[in-house]
Design a protein around this ligand. Structure first.
Ligand SMILES: [Zn+2]
Length: 412
């Protein structure tokens, strides 16, 4: 009984655009004063633009004036849970776009798509979805692909808060990661809007630290200072963490694996020990960040270790390293570790081959590989693990001094 009541409440809907008895569209966002709204309510009856059933018109003190169905589960068009936060955000964005003289439609139902974006810009072919509550990944992907199939650009804005932890890192759930976009200027980024602050917050130049922890540059801009299409200023520095911090986080990552998982049960640690190596003494070129790592649900230390252990270390100086063999090696590692290649619906996917290629380019700059005239990668020098922690630290410091700017500015 209790469960059912919660279910009904969750399906409660708030509607901003209704139809009156003459079939005229009534958009509540266009009424500025309460007097106007009371007058409107006195003179009209309201109906759902979708199912035509009568609507209640609520003008309360706390919530934004809105329509709602008498019986919430009758209407499939407005069945998704809409919080007051969602309603406020939708209104803010509507007024913001309208003030820029844009032809924007609120809650427009697009019959051929059978979808109702929060805001629709017909002239620009853009559908805006302001999403506060978590929806299943397949629904997010389906809505996105339906827009794309109809030549509409889906612009998804996350309606929740993104908070950084004490280390300045952001925890992004699998749902929040769906909003990830890619641009040549901001790399991986995502937009959020907060109606309480009346401001957009952007996470830019996002770098994965683990599968749910990310480093990013955060930029908050009040709504009135922004125009649409979004005019996000370019940042002077795109670096959210230093290479030194990256190395420290890498060590924390190893420590956590050692602490939380029994050595025998952690496949990666087990493989490192079985090859008579120590995870803390691995050469610092193993475990470096590259852009494509966001797609692979393994730490760079893991997948780069397997590349070295299974391929690079068996080749002598002057020998060719085959990208195909590395791709095959990673496919195998993913299968054994039960890891899949991530896909983000708003972001073009890289291939495993592109990821390997990024790492090869990095190793070329680090003078480990050499790219010859025939377009082949050749082993130029061997790298060796440190003998002890002191030596490991020395190797790391040397790498940071020599390559910090390169590793971060060019690859990330
Ligand atoms: Zn309805």
């Amino acid at each position: 009984m209790k469960g059912r009541r919660i279910f009904l409440r969750r399906r409660w809907s708030f509607i901003l655009v209704g139809i009156n008895q003459q079939g005229k569209q009534i958009n509540l966002a266009l009424y500025k004063s309460r007097e106007e709204l009371y007058e409107l309510r006195k003179l009209n009856h309201f109906f759902c633009p979708q199912c035509q059933s009568p609507l209640l018109f609520k003008i309360g003190q706390k919530r934004i004036p809105h329509f709602s169905h008498r019986h919430t589960n009758d209407c499939h068009s407005f069945s998704e849970h809409e919080s007051p936060r969602h309603l406020q955000g939708k209104l803010d964005l509507f007024n913001w776009l309208k003030n820029q003289q844009m032809a924007v439609q609120l809650e427009a139902y697009l019959p051929t798509l059978q979808q109702r974006p929060d805001l629709f810009l017909p002239d620009q072919s853009i559908a805006i979805e302001f999403q506060c509550s978590t929806i299943p990944e397949n629904l997010f992907c389906k809505r996105t692909s339906v827009y794309q199939q109809h030549q509409l650009f889906p612009f998804w804005i996350f309606g929740g808060n993104v908070q950084n932890n004490q280390h300045g890192l952001f925890k992004l759930s699998k749902f929040q990661q769906l909003f990830l976009q890619h641009s040549s200027v901001f790399d991986y980024w995502l937009p959020t809007y907060c109606p309480d602050q009346r401001a957009f917050t952007f996470l830019l130049h996002i770098i994965p630290i683990s599968t749910t922890l990310f480093s990013a540059r955060k930029l908050t801009i009040p709504l009135e200072k922004l125009s649409f299409p979004l005019t996000i200023p370019k940042l002077k520095s795109t670096v959210s963490i230093t290479l030194k911090d990256w190395m420290k986080l890498k060590k924390d990552w190893i420590q956590k694996r050692m602490y939380y998982s029994h050595r025998q049960r952690n496949k990666f640690l087990n493989d490192v020990y079985n090859s008579k190596r120590n995870p803390f003494l691995l050469h610092p070129y193993i475990g470096l960040p590259v852009k494509g790592m966001i797609f692979l649900n393994l730490h760079p230390l893991e997948w780069q270790f397997y590349l070295w252990n299974e391929i690079f270390n068996h080749l002598s100086i002057g020998a060719e390293v085959s990208i195909e063999k590395c791709v095959e090696c990673l496919r195998n590692v993913m299968r054994i570790h039960g890891v899949r290649w991530s896909e983000f619906p708003l972001t073009p996917t890289l291939s495993i081959r592109q990821l390997v290629h990024e790492y090869f380019k990095l190793l070329e700059e680090l003078e480990v590989l050499f790219y010859n005239r025939e377009g082949k990668y050749i082993i130029r020098q061997h790298i060796e693990d440190a003998e002890n922690m002191m030596e490991a630290l020395k190797k790391e410091t040397k790498m940071i001094q020599q390559y910090e700017r390169f590793v971060w500015n060019k690859r990330i």
